[in-house]
Design a protein around this ligand. Structure first.
Ligand SMILES: [Zn+2]
Ligand SMILES: [Zn+2]
Length: 65
C-alpha cells in the first residue's frame, strides 16, 4: 500500500485552485499561493467545516499540536 491514500478532493483536478493546501490530505495544490498565518480561532472554524488540514497554512487540524 502506498503511504498516501487516494484523495477525492477535487482541488487536485482543477486547473485553477484558490487555496495552497488541500483540506483533505494537506498536500500543496497551488504553490504560488503564499502560506497564510492563521489564528486558533480560524482553525477552530475550519474544523467545523470538516477540513482535515488548513488550506492556508497546511496544518493538520485534528492532529495533536
Ligand atoms: Zn488532497
Ligand atoms: Zn491555518
Amino acid at each position: 500500500m502506498a503511504q498516501r491514500e487516494f484523495c477525492p478532493n477535487d482541488n487536485h483536478g482543477r486547473s485553477v485552485v484558490t487555496v495552497r493546501f488541500c483540506p483533505n490530505c494537506g498536500e500543496i495544490v497551488n504553490g504560488k499561493i503564499p502560506i497564510g498565518t492563521c489564528s486558533e480561532e480560524q482553525h477552530a472554524k475550519r474544523r467545523r467545516t470538516q477540513s482535515a488540514y488548513c488550506v492556508d497554512c497546511g496544518r493538520g487540524l485534528f492532529r495533536a499540536r
